[in-house]
Design a protein around this ligand. Structure first.
Ligand SMILES: Nc1nc2c(ncn2[C@@H]2O[C@H](COP(=O)(O)OP(=O)(O)O)[C@@H](O)[C@H]2O)c(=O)[nH]1
Ligand SMILES: [Mg+2]
Length: 239
């Protein structure tokens, strides 16, 4: 299985980066690509048609606290997929199963935001990505500010934005940053003096709380994402 092999390599490469993986999902035309462009000036194709983004597009993004994350745009979800596209569609969405967080973009100005949310969640369940935490983002607030504000109220923890006009983006980024922070934990590591490389990755991937120099090495308390903790397991002294 050539495809499966490629994906395994990608998975390893991704986790080695130690950066949180944020994947943008949502119904087609919700504004996913517009949001990615707004955040990164990536120049991702924005189009009013199905599957404008068949290949997931990944960009590096700095959150308000300065921490870098990987942000990946995905193909739009639709209720009834054209026959024959189902498999390629689902493999495109596989990135969602490996995400640390999903940003679920919904057209908040449309007639049936909840129906679209359900349709997207159903696909997420089918591909096994329903356990990944999700931040609901109601987009297109510029078209119907009142409707979007009401929908946001109905969905605690969600945020309202206009990817096109740029409103609500700061609050969205702050919320995402807070959510990712809540996924990380403070751990203590004992790093031998000769492992400057390990110390460097702790500083790069996390937030160092304290450092003390001991006989056998450097004792570091740091806030790290789960992925980093797993990779640095041999140096972790307290979970
Ligand atoms: N009025 C308005 N239109 C938007 C907004 N965000 C995206 N759009 C438009 O909605 C259409 C679909 O956007 P796109 O980003 O391609 O959606 P995707 O399929 O989820 O990637 C495009 O015509 C966008 O210009 C927004 O905040 N307000
Ligand atoms: Mg798109």
């Amino acid at each position: 299985m050539v495809l499966g092999h490629t994906r395994d390599l990608q998975r390893k490469g991704r986790s080695r980066s130690g950066l949180a993986n944020v994947v943008i999902v949502g119904y087609t035309n919700a504004g996913k690509s517009t949001l990615l462009n707004r955040l990164t000036n990536a120049g991702v194709l924005v189009e009013d048609r199905l599957f404008a983004t068949l290949d997931p597009t990944t960009r590096r993004l700095a959150l308000p606290g300065g921490e870098p994350v990987l942000l990946t745009d995905t193909v739009g979800f639709v209720r009834r997929l054209p026959h024959g596209l189902v498999e390629s569609f689902k493999s495109t969405l596989e990135v969602a199963t490996r995400a640390d967080y999903l940003v679920h973009v919904v057209d908040g100005s449309g007639p049936d935001p909840d129906g679209q949310i359900d349709a997207v969640r159903e696909v997420l369940r089918e591909i096994g990505a329903d356990k990944v935490p999700e931040l609901l983002v109601f987009n297109k607030a510029d078209l119907d500010p009142t409707a979007v504000a009401e929908t946001v109220n109905w969905h605690p923890g969600s945020v309202g934005i206009s990817a096109r006009a740029g409103t609500g983006i700061d609050e969205f980024l702050q919320t995402l940053s807070d959510r990712l922070r809540s996924l990380s934990t403070v751990v203590e590591l004992l790093v031998p003096y000769e492992r400057g490389d390990v110390l460097a990755s702790v500083h790069r991937e996390g937030e160092v709380v304290s450092t003390t120099h001991e006989e056998t090495g450097v004792r570091v308390r740091a806030r790290l994402a789960e992925a980093s903790v797993g990779r640095l397991a041999e140096f972790v002294v307290t979970p």
